[in-house]
Design a protein around this ligand. Structure first.
Ligand SMILES: Nc1ncnc2c1ncn2[C@@H]1O[C@H](COP(=O)(O)OP(=O)(O)O)[C@@H](O)[C@H]1O
Ligand SMILES: [Mg+2]
Length: 594
Protein backbone atom coordinates (compact mmCIF):
# COMPACT_ATOMS: atom_id res chain seq x y z
CA UNK A 1 0.00 0.00 0.00
CA UNK A 2 2.78 2.42 0.82
CA UNK A 3 4.40 1.63 -2.52
CA UNK A 4 1.08 2.54 -4.12
CA UNK A 5 0.85 5.85 -2.29
CA UNK A 6 4.41 6.70 -3.21
CA UNK A 7 3.71 5.97 -6.86
CA UNK A 8 0.64 8.15 -6.60
CA UNK A 9 2.82 10.97 -5.31
CA UNK A 10 4.86 10.70 -8.51
CA UNK A 11 1.67 10.97 -10.59
CA UNK A 12 0.17 13.85 -8.64
CA UNK A 13 2.45 16.44 -10.20
CA UNK A 14 0.81 15.83 -13.57
CA UNK A 15 -2.56 17.19 -12.44
CA UNK A 16 -3.27 18.89 -15.76
CA UNK A 17 -2.80 15.69 -17.73
CA UNK A 18 -4.86 13.73 -15.25
CA UNK A 19 -7.72 16.24 -15.55
CA UNK A 20 -7.51 16.05 -19.36
CA UNK A 21 -7.61 12.26 -19.25
CA UNK A 22 -10.57 12.47 -16.86
CA UNK A 23 -12.56 14.63 -19.29
CA UNK A 24 -11.79 12.23 -22.14
CA UNK A 25 -12.96 9.33 -19.99
CA UNK A 26 -16.27 10.95 -19.06
CA UNK A 27 -16.79 11.49 -22.80
CA UNK A 28 -16.05 7.83 -23.43
CA UNK A 29 -18.36 6.62 -20.65
CA UNK A 30 -21.28 8.84 -21.74
CA UNK A 31 -20.87 7.86 -25.39
CA UNK A 32 -20.81 4.18 -24.44
CA UNK A 33 -24.07 4.53 -22.55
CA UNK A 34 -25.62 6.49 -25.46
CA UNK A 35 -24.85 3.64 -27.85
CA UNK A 36 -26.57 1.17 -25.53
CA UNK A 37 -29.49 3.50 -25.03
CA UNK A 38 -30.14 3.55 -28.82
CA UNK A 39 -30.90 -0.17 -28.80
CA UNK A 40 -34.41 0.39 -27.42
CA UNK A 41 -35.59 2.76 -30.24
CA UNK A 42 -33.90 0.45 -32.79
CA UNK A 43 -35.80 -2.64 -31.63
CA UNK A 44 -39.09 -0.94 -30.73
CA UNK A 45 -39.40 1.75 -33.44
CA UNK A 46 -36.86 1.54 -36.29
CA UNK A 47 -37.06 -2.18 -36.98
CA UNK A 48 -40.86 -2.80 -36.71
CA UNK A 49 -42.16 0.57 -38.04
CA UNK A 50 -39.21 2.26 -39.85
CA UNK A 51 -39.72 5.31 -37.62
CA UNK A 52 -36.96 7.76 -36.50
CA UNK A 53 -34.31 6.03 -38.64
CA UNK A 54 -32.50 9.29 -39.45
CA UNK A 55 -32.28 10.35 -35.81
CA UNK A 56 -31.03 6.97 -34.67
CA UNK A 57 -28.38 6.72 -37.39
CA UNK A 58 -27.03 10.21 -36.77
CA UNK A 59 -26.98 9.74 -32.99
CA UNK A 60 -25.27 6.38 -33.43
CA UNK A 61 -22.52 7.86 -35.60
CA UNK A 62 -21.99 10.82 -33.28
CA UNK A 63 -21.87 8.52 -30.24
CA UNK A 64 -19.28 6.23 -31.83
CA UNK A 65 -17.22 9.19 -32.92
CA UNK A 66 -17.30 10.63 -29.39
CA UNK A 67 -16.43 7.24 -27.96
CA UNK A 68 -13.45 6.94 -30.30
CA UNK A 69 -12.18 10.42 -29.49
CA UNK A 70 -12.60 9.78 -25.78
CA UNK A 71 -10.76 6.47 -26.04
CA UNK A 72 -7.90 8.01 -28.02
CA UNK A 73 -7.27 10.92 -25.70
CA UNK A 74 -7.73 8.98 -22.52
CA UNK A 75 -5.29 6.26 -23.49
CA UNK A 76 -2.84 8.78 -24.97
CA UNK A 77 -2.88 10.98 -21.88
CA UNK A 78 -2.75 8.06 -19.46
CA UNK A 79 0.22 6.64 -21.26
CA UNK A 80 1.90 10.02 -21.14
CA UNK A 81 1.36 10.14 -17.39
CA UNK A 82 2.74 6.62 -17.01
CA UNK A 83 5.81 7.49 -19.07
CA UNK A 84 6.44 10.68 -17.12
CA UNK A 85 6.14 8.88 -13.79
CA UNK A 86 8.64 6.33 -15.01
CA UNK A 87 10.98 8.98 -16.36
CA UNK A 88 11.08 10.65 -12.98
CA UNK A 89 11.40 7.35 -11.15
CA UNK A 90 14.31 6.31 -13.36
CA UNK A 91 16.26 9.50 -12.93
CA UNK A 92 15.61 9.56 -9.19
CA UNK A 93 16.81 5.99 -8.94
CA UNK A 94 19.92 6.65 -11.02
CA UNK A 95 20.87 9.76 -9.07
CA UNK A 96 20.21 7.98 -5.80
CA UNK A 97 22.30 4.95 -6.74
CA UNK A 98 25.19 7.04 -8.00
CA UNK A 99 25.36 8.79 -4.63
CA UNK A 100 25.75 5.55 -2.72
CA UNK A 101 28.97 4.71 -0.99
CA UNK A 102 31.73 2.53 -2.35
CA UNK A 103 30.58 -0.13 0.12
CA UNK A 104 27.12 -0.19 -1.49
CA UNK A 105 28.60 -0.89 -4.90
CA UNK A 106 30.97 -3.49 -3.51
CA UNK A 107 27.91 -5.41 -2.29
CA UNK A 108 25.90 -5.31 -5.54
CA UNK A 109 26.57 -6.01 -9.15
CA UNK A 110 26.11 -3.74 -12.13
CA UNK A 111 23.75 -6.29 -13.71
CA UNK A 112 21.47 -6.26 -10.69
CA UNK A 113 21.26 -2.49 -10.52
CA UNK A 114 20.69 -2.20 -14.27
CA UNK A 115 17.84 -4.68 -14.01
CA UNK A 116 16.06 -2.53 -11.44
CA UNK A 117 16.45 0.60 -13.54
CA UNK A 118 15.28 -1.00 -16.77
CA UNK A 119 13.09 -4.02 -15.96
CA UNK A 120 11.40 -3.10 -12.73
CA UNK A 121 10.73 0.45 -13.77
CA UNK A 122 9.44 -0.82 -17.13
CA UNK A 123 7.08 -3.17 -15.34
CA UNK A 124 5.69 -0.27 -13.34
CA UNK A 125 5.21 1.77 -16.49
CA UNK A 126 3.28 -0.93 -18.35
CA UNK A 127 1.04 -1.60 -15.41
CA UNK A 128 0.40 2.04 -14.55
CA UNK A 129 -0.41 3.12 -18.10
CA UNK A 130 -2.72 0.20 -18.79
CA UNK A 131 -4.18 -0.34 -15.38
CA UNK A 132 -5.01 3.09 -14.16
CA UNK A 133 -6.32 4.12 -17.57
CA UNK A 134 -8.45 1.01 -17.91
CA UNK A 135 -9.69 1.31 -14.39
CA UNK A 136 -10.98 4.83 -14.70
CA UNK A 137 -12.29 4.54 -18.27
CA UNK A 138 -13.99 1.19 -17.92
CA UNK A 139 -15.49 2.05 -14.54
CA UNK A 140 -17.13 5.07 -16.13
CA UNK A 141 -18.50 2.99 -19.02
CA UNK A 142 -19.74 0.49 -16.50
CA UNK A 143 -21.49 3.18 -14.50
CA UNK A 144 -23.18 4.33 -17.72
CA UNK A 145 -24.43 0.83 -18.56
CA UNK A 146 -25.52 0.13 -15.01
CA UNK A 147 -27.41 3.41 -14.97
CA UNK A 148 -29.38 2.29 -18.04
CA UNK A 149 -30.15 -1.08 -16.47
CA UNK A 150 -31.46 0.50 -13.30
CA UNK A 151 -33.44 3.08 -15.28
CA UNK A 152 -35.40 0.40 -17.15
CA UNK A 153 -35.73 -2.30 -14.51
CA UNK A 154 -34.15 -1.86 -11.13
CA UNK A 155 -35.19 -5.32 -9.95
CA UNK A 156 -33.67 -7.08 -12.93
CA UNK A 157 -30.57 -4.92 -12.58
CA UNK A 158 -30.21 -5.91 -8.94
CA UNK A 159 -30.46 -9.59 -9.86
CA UNK A 160 -27.58 -9.14 -12.26
CA UNK A 161 -25.54 -7.18 -9.71
CA UNK A 162 -25.68 -9.95 -7.09
CA UNK A 163 -22.98 -11.66 -9.08
CA UNK A 164 -20.56 -8.79 -8.32
CA UNK A 165 -19.34 -9.94 -4.87
CA UNK A 166 -18.85 -13.41 -6.29
CA UNK A 167 -16.39 -11.87 -8.73
CA UNK A 168 -14.51 -9.67 -6.29
CA UNK A 169 -13.33 -12.24 -3.78
CA UNK A 170 -11.53 -14.55 -6.22
CA UNK A 171 -10.04 -11.53 -7.95
CA UNK A 172 -8.51 -10.27 -4.71
CA UNK A 173 -7.10 -13.70 -3.91
CA UNK A 174 -5.68 -13.95 -7.38
CA UNK A 175 -4.11 -10.48 -7.06
CA UNK A 176 -2.13 -11.50 -3.99
CA UNK A 177 -0.73 -14.49 -5.79
CA UNK A 178 0.14 -12.35 -8.83
CA UNK A 179 2.16 -10.01 -6.63
CA UNK A 180 4.19 -12.84 -5.16
CA UNK A 181 4.98 -14.58 -8.42
CA UNK A 182 5.74 -11.29 -10.18
CA UNK A 183 8.31 -10.56 -7.53
CA UNK A 184 9.92 -13.94 -8.15
CA UNK A 185 9.93 -13.26 -11.83
CA UNK A 186 11.62 -9.85 -11.41
CA UNK A 187 14.20 -11.44 -9.14
CA UNK A 188 14.90 -14.09 -11.74
CA UNK A 189 15.26 -11.41 -14.39
CA UNK A 190 17.68 -9.52 -12.19
CA UNK A 191 19.78 -12.61 -11.65
CA UNK A 192 19.88 -13.33 -15.37
CA UNK A 193 20.99 -9.75 -16.11
CA UNK A 194 23.70 -10.12 -13.51
CA UNK A 195 25.03 -13.36 -14.98
CA UNK A 196 25.07 -11.90 -18.50
CA UNK A 197 26.67 -8.60 -17.49
CA UNK A 198 29.40 -10.40 -15.57
CA UNK A 199 30.23 -12.77 -18.42
CA UNK A 200 30.29 -9.97 -21.01
CA UNK A 201 32.48 -7.62 -19.01
CA UNK A 202 34.82 -10.47 -18.15
CA UNK A 203 34.76 -11.98 -21.64
CA UNK A 204 38.53 -12.07 -21.94
CA UNK A 205 39.01 -14.01 -18.73
CA UNK A 206 36.11 -16.31 -19.61
CA UNK A 207 37.86 -17.16 -22.88
CA UNK A 208 41.34 -17.36 -21.42
CA UNK A 209 40.18 -19.93 -18.90
CA UNK A 210 38.04 -21.78 -21.45
CA UNK A 211 34.95 -21.18 -19.37
CA UNK A 212 32.54 -20.31 -22.20
CA UNK A 213 30.54 -23.51 -21.80
CA UNK A 214 30.39 -23.11 -18.04
CA UNK A 215 29.22 -19.50 -18.30
CA UNK A 216 26.66 -20.46 -20.96
CA UNK A 217 25.37 -23.19 -18.67
CA UNK A 218 25.15 -20.71 -15.81
CA UNK A 219 23.17 -18.39 -18.05
CA UNK A 220 20.87 -21.23 -19.12
CA UNK A 221 20.11 -22.00 -15.51
CA UNK A 222 19.28 -18.36 -14.90
CA UNK A 223 17.18 -18.09 -18.07
CA UNK A 224 15.32 -21.27 -17.22
CA UNK A 225 14.66 -19.93 -13.74
CA UNK A 226 13.16 -16.87 -15.37
CA UNK A 227 11.06 -19.06 -17.68
CA UNK A 228 9.72 -20.98 -14.73
CA UNK A 229 8.77 -17.93 -12.73
CA UNK A 230 7.25 -16.26 -15.80
CA UNK A 231 5.11 -19.34 -16.35
CA UNK A 232 3.98 -19.11 -12.74
CA UNK A 233 2.76 -15.61 -13.52
CA UNK A 234 1.06 -16.82 -16.69
CA UNK A 235 -0.61 -19.68 -14.89
CA UNK A 236 -2.25 -17.24 -12.50
CA UNK A 237 -3.13 -14.61 -15.08
CA UNK A 238 -4.55 -17.08 -17.62
CA UNK A 239 -7.23 -18.09 -15.13
CA UNK A 240 -8.86 -14.67 -15.45
CA UNK A 241 -10.48 -14.63 -18.94
CA UNK A 242 -12.24 -18.03 -18.74
CA UNK A 243 -13.36 -17.25 -15.23
CA UNK A 244 -14.88 -13.95 -16.31
CA UNK A 245 -16.38 -15.55 -19.41
CA UNK A 246 -18.15 -18.12 -17.30
CA UNK A 247 -19.57 -15.53 -14.94
CA UNK A 248 -20.81 -13.57 -17.96
CA UNK A 249 -22.66 -16.68 -19.12
CA UNK A 250 -24.26 -17.07 -15.72
CA UNK A 251 -25.50 -13.46 -15.74
CA UNK A 252 -27.00 -13.75 -19.23
CA UNK A 253 -28.68 -17.06 -18.39
CA UNK A 254 -30.20 -15.44 -15.30
CA UNK A 255 -31.40 -12.39 -17.25
CA UNK A 256 -32.93 -14.60 -19.96
CA UNK A 257 -34.87 -16.72 -17.48
CA UNK A 258 -36.21 -13.74 -15.58
CA UNK A 259 -36.66 -11.50 -18.63
CA UNK A 260 -38.80 -13.99 -20.58
CA UNK A 261 -41.35 -13.96 -17.79
CA UNK A 262 -41.33 -10.19 -17.60
CA UNK A 263 -42.02 -9.87 -21.34
CA UNK A 264 -44.83 -12.46 -21.15
CA UNK A 265 -46.48 -10.50 -18.36
CA UNK A 266 -46.10 -7.29 -20.44
CA UNK A 267 -43.91 -5.44 -17.95
CA UNK A 268 -41.02 -5.18 -20.41
CA UNK A 269 -41.07 -4.49 -24.16
CA UNK A 270 -38.93 -6.64 -26.44
CA UNK A 271 -36.82 -3.54 -27.08
CA UNK A 272 -36.24 -2.95 -23.42
CA UNK A 273 -35.30 -6.57 -22.88
CA UNK A 274 -32.91 -6.57 -25.84
CA UNK A 275 -31.34 -3.39 -24.50
CA UNK A 276 -30.98 -5.15 -21.19
CA UNK A 277 -29.20 -8.17 -22.55
CA UNK A 278 -27.14 -6.01 -24.88
CA UNK A 279 -26.09 -3.78 -21.99
CA UNK A 280 -25.08 -6.89 -20.06
CA UNK A 281 -23.04 -8.07 -23.03
CA UNK A 282 -21.51 -4.62 -23.43
CA UNK A 283 -20.63 -4.62 -19.76
CA UNK A 284 -18.67 -7.77 -20.21
CA UNK A 285 -15.77 -5.97 -21.97
CA UNK A 286 -15.23 -3.39 -19.23
CA UNK A 287 -15.69 -6.00 -16.53
CA UNK A 288 -13.09 -8.21 -18.13
CA UNK A 289 -10.68 -5.30 -18.24
CA UNK A 290 -11.50 -4.31 -14.70
CA UNK A 291 -10.90 -7.84 -13.51
CA UNK A 292 -7.35 -7.49 -14.80
CA UNK A 293 -6.86 -4.19 -13.04
CA UNK A 294 -6.09 -5.68 -9.68
CA UNK A 295 -3.72 -8.27 -11.15
CA UNK A 296 -1.87 -5.59 -13.13
CA UNK A 297 -1.77 -3.33 -10.16
CA UNK A 298 -0.26 -6.08 -8.06
CA UNK A 299 2.39 -6.62 -10.71
CA UNK A 300 3.23 -2.95 -10.65
CA UNK A 301 3.36 -3.00 -6.87
CA UNK A 302 5.74 -5.95 -6.84
CA UNK A 303 8.10 -4.03 -9.11
CA UNK A 304 7.55 -0.72 -7.32
CA UNK A 305 8.41 -2.30 -3.98
CA UNK A 306 11.75 -3.41 -5.41
CA UNK A 307 12.43 0.09 -6.67
CA UNK A 308 11.48 1.79 -3.43
CA UNK A 309 13.60 -0.74 -1.54
CA UNK A 310 16.63 0.63 -3.37
CA UNK A 311 15.49 4.22 -2.99
CA UNK A 312 15.28 3.60 0.74
CA UNK A 313 18.84 2.34 1.01
CA UNK A 314 20.95 5.12 2.40
CA UNK A 315 24.64 4.44 2.33
CA UNK A 316 25.56 7.82 0.91
CA UNK A 317 28.60 9.40 2.41
CA UNK A 318 26.49 12.10 3.95
CA UNK A 319 27.26 15.72 3.86
CA UNK A 320 26.70 17.44 7.18
CA UNK A 321 23.80 19.88 7.25
CA UNK A 322 26.16 22.70 8.15
CA UNK A 323 28.96 21.56 5.83
CA UNK A 324 31.21 24.39 4.72
CA UNK A 325 33.18 24.58 1.49
CA UNK A 326 36.90 23.90 1.77
CA UNK A 327 38.91 27.01 0.93
CA UNK A 328 41.95 26.44 -1.23
CA UNK A 329 44.21 23.96 0.60
CA UNK A 330 47.32 25.67 1.94
CA UNK A 331 48.48 24.38 5.29
CA UNK A 332 48.41 20.75 6.40
CA UNK A 333 46.58 17.44 6.45
CA UNK A 334 46.42 15.56 9.72
CA UNK A 335 45.46 11.91 10.20
CA UNK A 336 44.67 11.61 13.88
CA UNK A 337 44.46 8.08 15.28
CA UNK A 338 42.50 6.96 12.23
CA UNK A 339 40.84 3.55 12.29
CA UNK A 340 38.79 1.96 9.57
CA UNK A 341 36.93 -1.33 9.18
CA UNK A 342 35.10 -2.40 6.03
CA UNK A 343 31.53 -3.19 6.87
CA UNK A 344 31.89 -6.78 5.71
CA UNK A 345 30.48 -8.45 8.80
CA UNK A 346 33.86 -9.56 10.08
CA UNK A 347 34.74 -6.32 11.80
CA UNK A 348 38.42 -6.68 10.96
CA UNK A 349 40.27 -3.39 10.95
CA UNK A 350 41.85 -2.47 7.65
CA UNK A 351 43.49 0.49 9.40
CA UNK A 352 44.16 1.18 13.05
CA UNK A 353 45.88 3.93 14.98
CA UNK A 354 47.11 5.73 11.90
CA UNK A 355 48.51 9.16 12.76
CA UNK A 356 50.68 11.46 10.69
CA UNK A 357 50.85 15.00 9.44
CA UNK A 358 51.55 16.21 5.92
CA UNK A 359 52.55 19.80 5.23
CA UNK A 360 51.27 21.48 2.10
CA UNK A 361 53.66 20.86 -0.77
CA UNK A 362 55.02 17.64 0.66
CA UNK A 363 55.05 14.29 -1.03
CA UNK A 364 54.05 11.30 1.06
CA UNK A 365 54.96 7.83 -0.10
CA UNK A 366 52.96 4.94 1.31
CA UNK A 367 54.64 1.58 1.06
CA UNK A 368 53.77 -1.88 2.30
CA UNK A 369 52.88 -5.32 1.10
CA UNK A 370 49.73 -5.87 -0.86
CA UNK A 371 46.74 -5.90 1.46
CA UNK A 372 48.49 -3.71 4.02
CA UNK A 373 45.84 -1.01 3.70
CA UNK A 374 47.52 1.50 1.38
CA UNK A 375 44.55 2.00 -0.95
CA UNK A 376 42.17 2.07 1.99
CA UNK A 377 44.20 4.86 3.54
CA UNK A 378 44.09 7.13 0.52
CA UNK A 379 40.39 6.40 -0.13
CA UNK A 380 39.55 8.03 3.18
CA UNK A 381 40.78 11.44 2.09
CA UNK A 382 38.13 12.12 -0.63
CA UNK A 383 35.64 10.34 1.65
CA UNK A 384 34.94 7.35 -0.54
CA UNK A 385 34.66 5.85 2.90
CA UNK A 386 34.40 7.54 6.27
CA UNK A 387 36.79 6.74 9.09
CA UNK A 388 35.32 4.47 11.75
CA UNK A 389 37.62 5.95 14.40
CA UNK A 390 39.77 9.04 14.78
CA UNK A 391 39.63 11.89 12.29
CA UNK A 392 41.20 13.36 9.19
CA UNK A 393 41.51 17.09 8.94
CA UNK A 394 42.54 19.43 6.17
CA UNK A 395 43.75 22.85 7.27
CA UNK A 396 42.29 22.11 10.68
CA UNK A 397 38.81 21.21 9.41
CA UNK A 398 37.47 17.70 9.75
CA UNK A 399 36.78 16.34 6.26
CA UNK A 400 33.31 15.32 7.43
CA UNK A 401 32.47 18.98 8.04
CA UNK A 402 33.25 19.96 4.45
CA UNK A 403 31.00 19.90 1.42
CA UNK A 404 31.78 16.83 -0.65
CA UNK A 405 32.02 18.81 -3.87
CA UNK A 406 34.56 21.30 -2.53
CA UNK A 407 36.62 18.53 -0.94
CA UNK A 408 36.73 16.36 -4.04
CA UNK A 409 37.34 19.32 -6.34
CA UNK A 410 40.74 19.75 -4.72
CA UNK A 411 41.82 16.15 -5.10
CA UNK A 412 43.13 14.52 -8.25
CA UNK A 413 43.25 10.74 -8.35
CA UNK A 414 45.03 8.23 -10.54
CA UNK A 415 44.55 4.59 -9.62
CA UNK A 416 45.95 1.31 -10.78
CA UNK A 417 42.67 0.25 -12.36
CA UNK A 418 42.05 3.14 -14.68
CA UNK A 419 38.43 3.91 -15.41
CA UNK A 420 37.82 5.35 -18.84
CA UNK A 421 34.52 5.95 -20.58
CA UNK A 422 33.31 4.86 -23.98
CA UNK A 423 33.91 8.29 -25.42
CA UNK A 424 36.59 10.15 -27.33
CA UNK A 425 40.12 10.52 -26.04
CA UNK A 426 39.57 14.26 -25.70
CA UNK A 427 36.41 13.86 -23.62
CA UNK A 428 38.09 11.30 -21.40
CA UNK A 429 40.96 13.65 -20.64
CA UNK A 430 38.56 16.54 -20.05
CA UNK A 431 36.27 14.44 -17.83
CA UNK A 432 36.91 16.56 -14.74
CA UNK A 433 37.03 19.85 -16.66
CA UNK A 434 34.42 19.62 -19.43
CA UNK A 435 35.02 23.21 -20.51
CA UNK A 436 38.73 22.65 -21.22
CA UNK A 437 39.97 23.87 -24.60
CA UNK A 438 41.59 21.60 -27.16
CA UNK A 439 44.93 23.25 -26.45
CA UNK A 440 44.64 22.57 -22.71
CA UNK A 441 43.73 18.95 -23.39
CA UNK A 442 46.71 18.55 -25.66
CA UNK A 443 49.04 20.16 -23.14
CA UNK A 444 47.90 17.72 -20.46
CA UNK A 445 48.32 14.81 -22.86
CA UNK A 446 51.84 15.98 -23.74
CA UNK A 447 52.80 16.25 -20.08
CA UNK A 448 51.52 12.72 -19.47
CA UNK A 449 53.44 11.49 -22.53
CA UNK A 450 50.15 10.40 -24.06
CA UNK A 451 50.22 12.80 -27.00
CA UNK A 452 52.61 10.57 -28.97
CA UNK A 453 50.26 7.60 -29.07
CA UNK A 454 47.07 9.65 -29.33
CA UNK A 455 48.09 11.24 -32.63
CA UNK A 456 48.75 7.74 -33.97
CA UNK A 457 45.15 6.71 -33.31
CA UNK A 458 42.80 6.64 -36.33
CA UNK A 459 41.01 9.87 -35.41
CA UNK A 460 43.57 11.28 -32.99
CA UNK A 461 41.91 13.04 -30.07
CA UNK A 462 38.48 12.26 -31.51
CA UNK A 463 39.00 8.48 -31.43
CA UNK A 464 36.42 6.60 -29.39
CA UNK A 465 38.23 4.21 -27.10
CA UNK A 466 35.57 1.62 -26.26
CA UNK A 467 33.99 0.66 -22.97
CA UNK A 468 36.55 1.10 -20.20
CA UNK A 469 39.10 2.04 -22.84
CA UNK A 470 39.28 -1.51 -24.19
CA UNK A 471 40.89 -0.38 -27.42
CA UNK A 472 43.96 0.90 -25.61
CA UNK A 473 46.82 -0.90 -23.91
CA UNK A 474 47.11 -0.85 -20.14
CA UNK A 475 49.95 1.65 -20.28
CA UNK A 476 48.05 3.91 -22.68
CA UNK A 477 45.01 3.85 -20.44
CA UNK A 478 47.12 4.81 -17.50
CA UNK A 479 48.70 7.71 -19.35
CA UNK A 480 45.22 8.98 -20.25
CA UNK A 481 44.24 8.74 -16.60
CA UNK A 482 47.32 10.75 -15.66
CA UNK A 483 46.52 13.36 -18.31
CA UNK A 484 43.00 13.58 -16.88
CA UNK A 485 44.39 14.24 -13.39
CA UNK A 486 46.92 16.73 -14.75
CA UNK A 487 44.19 18.71 -16.49
CA UNK A 488 42.12 18.88 -13.31
CA UNK A 489 45.16 20.56 -11.77
CA UNK A 490 44.12 20.05 -8.17
CA UNK A 491 46.33 20.99 -5.19
CA UNK A 492 46.07 17.47 -3.74
CA UNK A 493 47.05 14.46 -5.73
CA UNK A 494 46.59 10.77 -5.00
CA UNK A 495 48.55 8.31 -7.09
CA UNK A 496 47.62 4.74 -6.20
CA UNK A 497 50.09 2.61 -8.13
CA UNK A 498 49.46 5.01 -10.95
CA UNK A 499 52.42 3.96 -13.00
CA UNK A 500 52.23 0.25 -12.34
CA UNK A 501 50.89 -0.62 -15.79
CA UNK A 502 53.65 1.22 -17.60
CA UNK A 503 56.73 -0.35 -19.08
CA UNK A 504 60.06 1.04 -17.85
CA UNK A 505 60.47 3.37 -20.78
CA UNK A 506 57.06 5.04 -20.55
CA UNK A 507 57.25 5.00 -16.80
CA UNK A 508 60.49 6.96 -16.96
CA UNK A 509 58.77 9.49 -19.21
CA UNK A 510 55.68 9.71 -17.04
CA UNK A 511 57.82 9.96 -13.90
CA UNK A 512 59.40 13.06 -15.37
CA UNK A 513 55.96 14.50 -16.00
CA UNK A 514 54.83 13.53 -12.54
CA UNK A 515 57.87 15.03 -10.86
CA UNK A 516 57.12 18.45 -12.34
CA UNK A 517 53.50 17.96 -11.43
CA UNK A 518 54.32 16.94 -7.86
CA UNK A 519 56.64 19.89 -7.22
CA UNK A 520 54.05 22.45 -6.24
CA UNK A 521 51.47 20.05 -4.92
CA UNK A 522 50.73 17.86 -1.95
CA UNK A 523 50.68 14.26 -2.96
CA UNK A 524 49.99 10.81 -1.61
CA UNK A 525 51.88 8.33 -3.71
CA UNK A 526 51.59 4.58 -3.47
CA UNK A 527 54.44 3.16 -5.47
CA UNK A 528 56.98 0.41 -5.53
CA UNK A 529 59.72 2.17 -7.40
CA UNK A 530 62.63 3.27 -5.35
CA UNK A 531 63.17 6.21 -7.67
CA UNK A 532 59.71 7.51 -6.72
CA UNK A 533 59.76 6.61 -3.06
CA UNK A 534 63.19 7.98 -2.21
CA UNK A 535 62.14 11.47 -3.28
CA UNK A 536 59.30 11.52 -0.77
CA UNK A 537 59.35 13.94 2.14
CA UNK A 538 57.67 11.34 4.32
CA UNK A 539 57.58 7.60 3.82
CA UNK A 540 54.86 5.74 5.66
CA UNK A 541 55.40 2.02 6.03
CA UNK A 542 52.14 0.14 6.60
CA UNK A 543 51.85 -3.37 7.94
CA UNK A 544 48.46 -4.94 8.59
CA UNK A 545 46.82 -1.55 8.74
CA UNK A 546 49.29 -0.01 11.17
CA UNK A 547 52.01 2.53 10.62
CA UNK A 548 55.16 0.69 11.59
CA UNK A 549 57.68 3.23 10.38
CA UNK A 550 57.63 6.82 9.29
CA UNK A 551 60.47 8.99 8.02
CA UNK A 552 62.75 9.82 5.14
CA UNK A 553 64.38 7.27 2.88
CA UNK A 554 67.93 7.55 4.22
CA UNK A 555 66.87 7.47 7.86
CA UNK A 556 64.59 4.50 7.36
CA UNK A 557 67.16 2.58 5.40
CA UNK A 558 69.73 3.21 8.08
CA UNK A 559 67.73 1.21 10.62
CA UNK A 560 69.38 -2.18 10.47
CA UNK A 561 66.29 -4.33 11.00
CA UNK A 562 63.58 -1.87 10.06
CA UNK A 563 60.46 -2.70 8.10
CA UNK A 564 61.42 -0.37 5.29
CA UNK A 565 64.86 -1.94 5.02
CA UNK A 566 63.17 -5.34 4.87
CA UNK A 567 60.80 -4.24 2.14
CA UNK A 568 63.77 -2.90 0.33
CA UNK A 569 65.50 -6.24 0.51
CA UNK A 570 62.40 -8.06 -0.67
CA UNK A 571 62.38 -5.67 -3.61
CA UNK A 572 58.85 -4.60 -2.76
CA UNK A 573 60.43 -1.25 -3.13
CA UNK A 574 62.65 -1.88 -6.10
CA UNK A 575 64.46 0.16 -8.62
CA UNK A 576 62.84 0.09 -12.02
CA UNK A 577 66.05 1.05 -13.74
CA UNK A 578 67.66 -2.26 -12.79
CA UNK A 579 66.32 -5.38 -14.50
CA UNK A 580 62.70 -5.64 -15.65
CA UNK A 581 59.76 -4.06 -13.86
CA UNK A 582 58.80 -7.00 -11.69
CA UNK A 583 55.64 -5.37 -10.35
CA UNK A 584 54.54 -3.86 -13.64
CA UNK A 585 53.76 -7.10 -15.45
CA UNK A 586 51.80 -8.52 -12.51
CA UNK A 587 49.83 -5.33 -12.08
CA UNK A 588 49.05 -5.10 -15.78
CA UNK A 589 47.54 -8.57 -15.75
CA UNK A 590 45.48 -7.61 -12.72
CA UNK A 591 44.32 -4.52 -14.54
CA UNK A 592 42.51 -6.77 -17.01
CA UNK A 593 40.20 -7.85 -14.26
CA UNK A 594 36.61 -6.72 -15.02
N1 LIG B 1 35.60 -3.29 -0.27
C1 LIG B 1 36.22 -4.04 0.64
N2 LIG B 1 35.49 -4.76 1.51
C2 LIG B 1 36.08 -5.51 2.46
N3 LIG B 1 37.41 -5.61 2.63
C3 LIG B 1 38.21 -4.92 1.80
C4 LIG B 1 37.66 -4.10 0.75
N4 LIG B 1 38.69 -3.53 0.08
C5 LIG B 1 39.83 -3.97 0.69
N5 LIG B 1 39.56 -4.81 1.71
C6 LIG B 1 40.53 -5.45 2.61
O1 LIG B 1 41.23 -4.43 3.30
C7 LIG B 1 42.61 -4.73 3.40
C8 LIG B 1 43.46 -3.60 2.82
O2 LIG B 1 43.21 -3.50 1.43
P1 LIG B 1 43.90 -2.41 0.52
O3 LIG B 1 43.84 -1.11 1.23
O4 LIG B 1 43.28 -2.48 -0.81
O5 LIG B 1 45.40 -2.92 0.45
P2 LIG B 1 46.61 -2.40 -0.42
O6 LIG B 1 46.15 -1.26 -1.25
O7 LIG B 1 47.64 -2.04 0.56
O8 LIG B 1 47.05 -3.55 -1.25
C9 LIG B 1 42.80 -6.06 2.70
O9 LIG B 1 42.86 -7.07 3.68
C10 LIG B 1 41.56 -6.23 1.87
O10 LIG B 1 41.21 -7.58 1.78
MG1 LIG C 1 45.94 -1.09 -3.35
Amino acid sequence: MTAFLRLLAYARVHRGLIAGAGVAMVFYGAASAAVAWLIKPIVDEVLPAQERLGFVVVTLLVAYLAKGIGAYFSSYLMDDIGQRVVLQLRSDLFRHLLNQSAAFFAGRTTGQLLSRISNDVGQVQRAVAETVGDFARESLALVGYAGLLFYYDAKLALVCMTAAPLIVYPLVRLGKRVRTVTRWSQEALEYMSHVAAEAFSGHRIVKAFGAEAREAARFDVAARGLYRSNMKVTRVLAVLPPFMEFLGGVAIAGALTYGTREIASGRLTAGEFTLFVAALLLMYGPIKKLSRVNANLQQAMAAAERIFELLDVHTEVTQAADAAPLPSFHDRIVFHDVAFAYNDGEGRHALRGVSFTVQAGQMVAIVGRSGAGKSTLVNLLPRFYDVTGGAISIDGRDVRALTLASLRAQIGIVTQETMLFDDTVAHNIAFGVPEASAAQIEAAACAAHAHEFIVQLPQGYQTTIGERGQRLSGGQRQRLAIARALLKNSPLLILDEATSALDSESERLVQEALSTLLQNRTSFVIAHRLSTVRRADVIIVLEHGRVVELGRHDDLLARPDGAYARLHQLELVDDGSLGGPSTASGAAAEGERP
